[in-house]
Ligand binder design. Structure first.
Ligand SMILES: *Cc1c(COP(=O)(O)O)cnc(C)c1O
Length: 442
């Protein structure tokens, strides 16, 4: 039993009593699954993944009263250095001694970025660095670890996803670690490094002639017909919960404080509302003070439905056809887009977008100042943060945290043709002779 390791012995016994009462198989402190649209509740053990009434997405609801006093800063700090230190706030079953994967996922560095802060002219800047997340070097290892734990509990043998690249890479890696089959569906024009990695992990890869939105539509039908556990389709309520760990970690690593301003990229629109939920849960449990925590969305100008809606003051977005180097966040019809907009507005944040050139410049800025090599999604976040600071939306004298969600080594195409500092021409190779070297240096 997990009680010893996780310190849940007493709570576990109480939970067994409640099983008899309610005749459902609860997941830890999970109280129910609730439709985000109409509020209809389903038992925690339900295998529904969308509302039967209106097909609205289901949100995991917890019993915070039962957690209070048991889920503490100390209980979390005593946990493993991975997402599983927040296991009480995730929809996984306590009875499982070890979740199948995710033991190296999460608890990535939160870096005080003073050199970058100086360049941007701000006092206090933090970078949450998921470019080094494990095992697949993006934020997606968080959501996949949680979805996969639930997939195993539900008995799925094949897992998959609709992906813009990082998700498929992560699903392939986690499936390999758990000994499951992986079948991933992607747009045909993704970065070569990501596709090669998916295949190296042994996943079956299905490139589709179309955009992510075409891939996503197809995957709903695939999940129905083949009975696979598609992490962001029929396992979506659990998948999205994993994104909260990004927010939990920021707060814990800041010394149990919320940053006043958090800037995050928007793809399917999952991470924004879930970081917001994470912050609210920590406040609810009394683990952080209820201070101002504004949340800002960053998108590429070539695919910015959420940023456009925020700028225009609309509650919903108009779908777009993506055209940007920031492929991992190029979702023209984001499933959780309306919730991202809602959280941006409610928290008093904002959203903006950056051109491909601005994204590449920001990738370089982060690399040159902080030694962090990110992919275009991270470049987008920094480029937008810079704009928000320059326009005065984010004040220069308040704590700012930017979310870096992916690794640049996976997207070297985005930097094709990038020149060395000071180089006059492309970057020609030279003979191995000192005269040739000296000629270049002169
Ligand atoms: C998936 C992804 C995101 C965010 O996606 P959401 O669907 O909005 O949560 C951000 N950055 C990278 C690199 C990603 O792969």
């Amino acid at each position: 039993m997990a009680g010893g390791q996780w310190g849940h012995g007493i709570a576990f016994i109480r939970r067994c009593e409640s099983i008899v009462e309610s005749e459902v198989i609860p997941m830890s402190y999970v109280r129910a699954l609730r439709c985000k649209e109409c509020g209809t509740e389903y038992p925690a053990s339900s295998t529904f993944t969308a509302c039967e009434e209106d097909f609205g997405p289901l949100e995991v609801v917890y019993d915070y009263a039962a957690m209070r006093g048991r889920v503490t800063r100390e209980s979390i700090e005593a946990g493993p250095r991975s997402i599983w230190r927040y296991r009480d706030l995730l929809p996984v079953d306590w009875e499982r001694a070890e979740p199948p994967t995710g033991h190296r996922s999460g608890f990535t560095p939160l870096i005080r970025a003073d050199r970058l802060a100086k360049k941007l002219g701000v006092d206090e800047l933090w970078v949450k660095d998921d470019s080094v997340n494990q095992p697949s070097f993006s934020y997606k290892d968080r959501v996949v670890a949680v979805a996969l734990a639930r997939a195993v509990e539900l008995g799925y043998e094949t897992i998959g996803c609709a992906s813009t690249g990082n998700l498929a890479h992560s699903v392939a890696a986690h499936a390999a670690m758990a000994g499951l089959e992986a079948c991933v569906v992607i747009p045909h024009d993704l970065e070569a490094g990501k596709v090669a990695a998916m295949k190296a992990f042994g996943a079956r890869v299905f490139p589709i002639e179309g955009s992510y939105d075409d891939v996503n539509r197809l995957c709903t039908e695939i999940a129905d017909r083949y009975g696979w556990g598609l992490v962001n389709v029929n396992l979506r309520p659990f998948y999205t919960e994993g994104a909260k760990t990004f927010g939990f970690e920021i707060a814990e690593q800041l010394g149990w404080k919320l940053p006043t301003h958090t800037v995050l990229p928007v793809a399917g629109g999952t991470i924004l509302p879930k970081v917001h939920k994470a912050y609210r849960e920590l406040v609810e449990l009394g683990l952080v003070a209820d201070t101002t925590a504004r949340i800002y969305g960053a998108q590429a100008a070539g695919c910015d439905p959420v940023a456009t809606a925020v700028r225009e003051g609309k509650a919903n977005f108009r779908p777009q056809k993506p055209r940007t180097i920031a492929k991992s966040i190029a979702i023209g019809n984001p499933a959780d887009g309306p919730y991202a907009i809602e959280v941006i507005n409610q928290s008093g944040g904002w959203a903006d977008s950056a051109s491909d050139d601005e994204i590449v410049a920001a990738i370089r800025l982060l690399a040159e100042t902080e030694g962090i090599f990110t992919e275009p999604a991270g470049g987008t976040t920094l480029a937008v943060a810079k704009k928000l600071i320059e326009s005065g939306r984010i004040p220069r004298d308040e704590p700012i945290c930017i979310g870096i969600t992916g690794n640049g080594l996976k997207t070297i195409e985005a930097l094709a043709g990038i020149e060395q500092p000071g180089a006059r021409a492309a970057n020609p190779s030279i003979p191995a002779r000192i005269e040739a070297f000296a000629a270049l240096m002169s």
